[in-house]
Design a protein around this ligand. Structure first.
Ligand SMILES: [Zn+2]
Length: 486
């Protein structure tokens, strides 16, 4: 059995073989957030998928190095910094911290490296310099440095590896300065943007004058600095394939002359309530909007990884209710298994692990993997129900011996649990009650404590009821109050 998935670069399903087949090391990079606001669930679909891929590679025995960048300088950020009058770091750090908290809420394992773009400016300058020396980049009259697609192609390199581009529509000498542009605007893109008054204090010195890096060069410089000029796997949302990822390939291969990435994985879009997410339609949700409605990280994570990553997924509040029911069934079954297993330890049930692995080996088919999990839950529940309190006595009744083999004894329960632990190292649901309460729920708990202290019991009861509606119970313990998921 081998892991296979669709490599966007070759547009075909390929067996995964690390760049260095003699080692089990895998280097992967996922484009991280642009920290200009709170992350929405469309963003988190990609990050949870990256977490699943990393966890699954580890489950398959690979030693993964996982890098996710933090884009902390870019067009949208500069605009917000200008509007708010805050300093760059001051502005972005609130959203950077929120992003890391959100990853935790969703049960994601933190990437090994979370490089900030602003801390890799010398590496970016070095790369642009290499592109200048190879004649692939040029400084335009506006002082900015651009990547020349024509010169790049002239070196025998291919622009348009991830997407098919129509070069007939390309007009000679056309340039684009903004970080995001459409496929129709196929043009030379900015590597280094000359300082303009709107940039305020956000600028660095460079051989081409004061300015700031373009967004695309950031990922190339950070990924290659931390993972080397060629690495195994690059992930991102499909909306980043062009121009961002295409430009990453062009800059990197243009600068080093080496193949940049062996496998590319792109996750599909997310619809919310059947439509593209938009603030005007009222279907735009940050993760915090959802936890504020009382949904937990486990439920949201489950829903985000319930469908195949290449399918456009329709995220709905009804789906979250369904996730709550599904996780409830799973938790209930696990609780019973723990009760039956007691302190007994046993080797993991091989069949469950085999079926789960077979599902995920096929292009990370997580929908099929969940199918395996819930089939197993049904089977376990059937065995638990059949066992009841009946104690077989084969000595008195030989038929009881046959019956006993169908019973779920402590050893079988322990074996099932050991297998589940391995599955959950990939699925990342953790145990019920383990999930930490999100900040707004914590804030309600603090409000309740303050009300109690002020002897405003009407208010404290009202907050307790509000928490209950949001799915959290307060447990008063000797160490003070504790939140528990209902
Ligand atoms: Zn990127």
């Amino acid at each position: 059995m081998a892991l296979k998935f669709l490599n966007t670069l070759s547009r075909s399903v390929e067996e995964f073989v690390p760049l260095d087949p003699s080692s089990n090391a895998v280097k992967m990079y996922c484009c991280g957030p642009t920290v200009y606001d709170f992350g929405h669930i469309g963003n988190f679909r990609t990050f949870v998928f990256a977490d699943l891929v990393r966890r699954y590679l580890q489950f398959r025995g690979y030693a993964v190095t996982h890098v996710m960048n933090i884009t902390d300088v870019e067009d949208k950020i500069i605009r917000r910094v200008r509007e708010t009058g805050l300093g760059l770091r001051e502005y972005v750090s609130q959203f950077e911290n929120a992003f890391l908290e959100d990853l935790k809420t969703l049960g994601c394992v933190l990437p090994h490296h979370l490089p900030r773009a602003t801390e890799f400016i010398p590496e970016m300058i070095q790369m642009i310099d290499a592109l200048m020396k190879r004649g692939i980049a040029y400084q335009a009259a506006d002082g900015s440095v651009y990547f020349s697609i024509e010169k790049y192609q002239g070196c025998g390199c291919r622009y348009g590896q991830l997407v098919n581009l129509n070069f007939d529509q390309m007009r000679a000498g056309e340039r684009v300065a903004s970080d995001e542009y459409s496929k129709d605007a196929l043009a030379d893109f900015a590597l280094w943007k000359a300082r303009v008054p709107d940039d305020g204090d956000v600028f660095w010195a460079s051989p081409w004058g004061e300015g700031r890096p373009g967004w695309h060069i950031e990922c190339s410089a950070m990924s290659m600095k931390l993972l080397g000029p060629s690495f195994d796997l690059h992930l991102g949302g499909e909306d980043l394939a062009f121009p961002h990822h295409e430009d990453e390939i062009a800059q990197s291969e243009g600068a080093t002359g080496k193949p940049f990435v062996k496998y590319w994985l792109h996750g599909a879009h997310l619809l919310v309530e059947g439509k593209k997410m938009s603030k005007s339609l009222g279907n735009f949700f940050t993760l915090r909007d959802l936890t504020g409605k009382g949904y937990g990280g486990r439920e949201i994570r489950y829903l985000l990884i319930s469908a195949h990553y290449r399918e456009t997924f329709n995220f709905t509040l009804e789906g979250l209710e369904g996730a709550r029911t599904a996780i409830g069934r799973l938790d209930e079954c696990l609780a019973k298994l723990r009760e039956i297993a007691g302190a007994t330890k046993a080797p993991a049930d091989k069949k469950l692990i085999h079926d789960f692995t077979t599902a995920l080996d096929e292009d990370f088919n997580v929908a099929s993997a969940w199918g395996t999990v819930f089939e197993w839950v049904r089977e376990m529940n059937r065995l638990i129900a059949a066992s009841g309190n009946y104690i077989p006595n084969p000595a008195a009744n030989p038929a009881d011996g046959v019956f006993a083999s169908n019973r779920l004894d402590a050893e079988k329960a322990a074996s099932a649990l050991a297998a589940w632990e391995q599955l959950d190292s990939v699925l990342g649901l953790g145990r019920k009650g383990e999930a930490e309460a999100p900040p707004e729920i914590q804030a309600l708990l603090e409000e309740r404590q303050a009300a109690r202290k002020a002897k405003d019991f009407k208010r404290s009861d009202a907050v307790r009821d509000e928490l209950k509606v949001k799915g959290w119970l307060i447990e008063d313990t000797a160490k003070g109050p504790r939140l528990k998921q209902a």
